[in-house]
Write a protein that binds this ligand. Structure first.
Ligand code: PMP
Length: 285
């Protein structure tokens, strides 16, 4: 059975799900998106994702043509239509088709697209043994140019960093901000453990406010840990006891080496493992 893709309230077979080549989403990356996990047929933290989607749209002066209630129904219906239990939802709102110039006022009909599909996960060994990552020279977008808090359809900043990481043999890469502080990875937020404290770059560091990041902060605080959001440098990474990443697709994943240097004892840390299991408990029960 072919996958059904939602476009503006209508379901199309995957191969027929198309939008205009004049859409500014394609021409200029002018649009916003979300990546959402579903567990047991239910979209995880859907309200939080929709809030972020609306904020991203607001930040680029894009009016989403349906209400949040209608969007919720669209996501749930698309999951149901495709019989997806444990999967992934990609939600997009484009600026719509317009002229070949960049003027957003000369576009019409923003396109609302919902794809619900299976998810390709990182191999289990990454969770058991931890990831090795490298710091790349591609600097995270300057917040005054294109704020990383906007989840826009233009992901070239992250893609260029990802290419650098892949060329160094790593599936994830650490990006610094314009001040040389730690920002985030290409598609994941970063956390450190130092003693009993859990540290993560603050939103001011120029990062996406990850939904998984928020969940992990809640879980860590509920378990009695102090979580601090602050400016961090590579020095903090190198002297940390533990390091891990969070993201919708990756969930919580240990990092054991950064720039070829072992972090802590070079194995996934105990607090990291505790948070991985509390995240599992939250999402699988
Ligand atoms: N940072 C970036 C740049 C991302 O693309 C993502 C994935 N959306 C994240 C962090 C993690 O965010 P979330 O937990 O909401 O998936």
């Amino acid at each position: 059975m072919s996958l059904k893709v939602y476009i503006n309230g209508t379901y199309f077979d995957k191969q027929d799900a198309k939008i205009s080549v004049y859409d500014h989403g394609l021409l200029y990356g002018d649009g916003v998106f979300e990546g959402i996990r579903s567990y047991g047929g239910k979209a995880f933290r859907l309200n939080e994702h929709l809030k972020r989607l609306w904020e991203s749209a607001n930040a680029i002066c894009l009016t989403i043509p349906i209400s949040m209630t209608e969007m919720t129904a669209a996501v749930n219906a698309t999951l149901h239509e495709n019989g997806i239990e444990d999967g992934y939802v990609r939600l997009m709102v484009t600026r719509g088709a317009g002229s070949l110039g960049i003027d957003p006022n000369r576009t019409s009909d923003p396109q609302v697209i919902v794809i619900a599909d299976r998810i390709t996960l990182y191999p289990a060994e990454y969770y058991e043994n931890g990831l090795e990552i490298v710091t790349v020279s591609t600097v995270r977008n300057h917040p005054a140019a294109l704020n990383p808090r906007i989840k826009s359809l233009n992901y070239l900043n992250n893609i260029l960093a990802k290419i650098e990481g892949l060329q160094a043999g790593c599936v994830e890469a650490l990006m610094l901000n314009h001040k040389g502080e730690v920002a985030e990875c290409t598609g994941d937020n970063l956390f450190l453990v130092k003693g009993k404290e859990i540290l993560t770059p603050s939103l001011d560091s120029g990062i996406l406010g990850g939904i998984t990041r928020d969940v992990v902060i809640e879980l860590a605080r509920a378990a009695g840990y102090t979580v601090r959001e602050l400016a961090l440098t590579r020095h903090d990474v190198f002297i940390a006891d533990e390091c891990f990443l969070t993201g919708t697709a990756a969930e919580v994943i240990p990092v054991v080496k950064v720039d070829n240097r072992p972090i802590g004892n070079g194995h996934p840390g105990e607090i990291t493992k505790e948070l991985i299991s509390s995240f599992h408990e939250l999402t699988r029960n």
